[in-house]
Write a protein that binds this ligand. Sequence first.
Ligand code: HEM
Length: 261
Amino acid sequence: MTKLTCLILIFISLLNVNALIFDRWRVIKPQCRVWDKIAAEMKTAFGGKSCNALATSAIRLSFHDAGTHNQCGSDGSIMIFPVELENANNLQFAKITSFLRSIQNKYPTEGFADIIQFAGILATVLCPGGPKIKFVAGRADATEANDASLLPGLFDTSEKLLKDFDRMGFTPTDLVALLGAHSCGRGTDFIFLPFDQTENKIDSRFYAEVLDEDGPRPGTQRLPSDENVSKDPVTHGTWVKFSQRPLAFKAAYRVKKKKYL
Ligand code: HEM
């Protein structure tokens, strides 16, 4: 039975991540149990529900593996071809890639693309406020490197970001929803500050704080790219909606993230 048949339905309760596991697998696809073990190891490394630095880095890595594509799709190239990690956008991934490499060494039946996306999903689900997301295994790993310079940059205009995301197969609303991932993370490069006052939590407060005309709240920073998208007439309305309606944000984030899974 191929990995493609290994459909993994993960409706993980934050309180019961081990259920991820997927009682359903055990009945239907016993050979999928390897993901049970991988999930347990990742959950420990990600600090459970604390949404630690390794977890937020896993969420970002899952985007950077997929974001070099046209019409999206993760292929593991970011961990297979060292040249991608040398790109300025990818310099902060040493710890997470080293951890995921150790997982892949231990479970060599699974490819890098699946492991990267599984880590991104598990981290999202574990982080307080994170939506439940379905994971399906079976991606093909890359045979050549992708162009990491295609990844968006923090000083990009909203016009460029909208164009980049359109190339990846995302609508303007998708772009706004996915940027909500910044609500749980922080800068780890030159400004070591979170992007909102509720770091380590995936929530819509981030959208409200970016809209604040008084600038970033104390102890936080604001990415120019986030501010640009928040002000663009094409995306401003969605940005405001997500700042006021947490459930709308959560639902949109879940649906849109699936696109690059
Ligand atoms: C408009 C496109 C985007 C730009 C320009 C951008 C840029 C950045 C930058 C500059 C950082 C700080 C990096 C550091 O200092 O370590 C960051 C962090 C982060 N980004 Fe993005 N990003 C974008 C889209 C996304 C998307 C679509 C996701 C996921 C769905 C994402 C997830 C994250 C996460 C989770 C962090 C925090 C990482 C950590 O805490 O280690 N970003 N992003």
